[in-house]
Design a protein around this ligand. Structure first.
Ligand SMILES: [Mg+2]
Length: 172
C-alpha cells in the first residue's frame, strides 16, 4: 500500500523560521511506519520570500524576510530530519513564494499567485508527481488556508489531529 503524507510546514511541523521539527510530530511520525514506496511532501506558502524580493527591488532592506536560498535550505534541513525518522520515503517539496498583490516579486512558477494556498495547486502538483497512484493520502495543516486548499483538492475532512492539527484524509 503506497501512502502519501502532505504537510504544511509553519505551525504544523515546525515553528516559522525554525529548523527543528516539533517533538510531537517526530513522535507521531515515528509511529506511522512510513517506508519504501511511501511519500512525504511539503506544501508550504513562503510569501516572505516574494515580499523580501519586492522590498529589495524597491531599494529597501529585506529585513526579517528570508531569501529563497534560506527558505530552501531550511526546508531541506527539515526534510533531512524527516529522513532520519523515515529513511526510505520519497520526499517532495512544493513551495509558493508569492506574497500578495503588487507586494511580491520573483520569477518562475513558484511565484505564481494561483499556486498559493488556499488554492490547491501545490496539492495537485504533488499528486501529479505520483501519477495519482497511492492508496492513502493524509494532508495535515494548521490554518484555514490549509483546510480550504484541501477542500478544493477534493480531500475529505477527517477530524482533529493528535497535536492540535486538522487532519485531512482521503482514500482512493
Ligand atoms: Mg501553517
Amino acid at each position: 500500500m503506497a501512502r502519501v503524507l502532505i504537510l504544511d510546514v509553519d505551525g504544523t511541523i515546525a515553528d516559522r523560521d525554525k529548523e527543528s521539527l516539533y517533538p510531537a510530530f517526530e513522535q507521531w511520525l515515528s509511529e506511522q511506519n512510513y517506508t519504501h514506496g511511501d511519500t512525504i511532501a511539503f506544501a508550504t506558502n513562503q510569501g516572505g520570500v516574494g515580499y523580501g524580493n519586492h522590498l529589495e527591488r524597491a531599494g529597501m532592506e529585506r529585513g526579517i524576510y528570508p531569501t529563497q536560498t534560506a527558505v530552501t535550505q531550511r526546508l531541506i534541513e527539515l526534510a533531512t530530519q524527516i529522513k532520519q525518522i523515515a529513511p526510505d520515503v520519497r520526499i517532495i517539496i512544493e513551495v509558493c513564494y508569492y506574497y500578495k498583490d503588487n507586494m511580491s516579486a520573483g520569477e518562475g512558477q513558484a511565484y505564481h499567485p494561483l499556486r498559493r494556498k488556499p488554492n490547491p495547486a501545490m496539492l495537485f502538483s504533488i499528486m501529479e508527481k505520483l501519477n495519482y497512484k497511492f492508496d492513502e493520502l493524509l494532508f495535515v495543516g494548521d490554518s484555514d488556508d490549509d483546510i480550504l486548499a484541501g477542500l478544493s483538492a477534493g480531500l475529505t475532512h477527517a477530524g482533529k489531529f493528535g497535536f492540535k492539527l486538522p487532519l485531512w484524509e482521503c482514500h482512493e
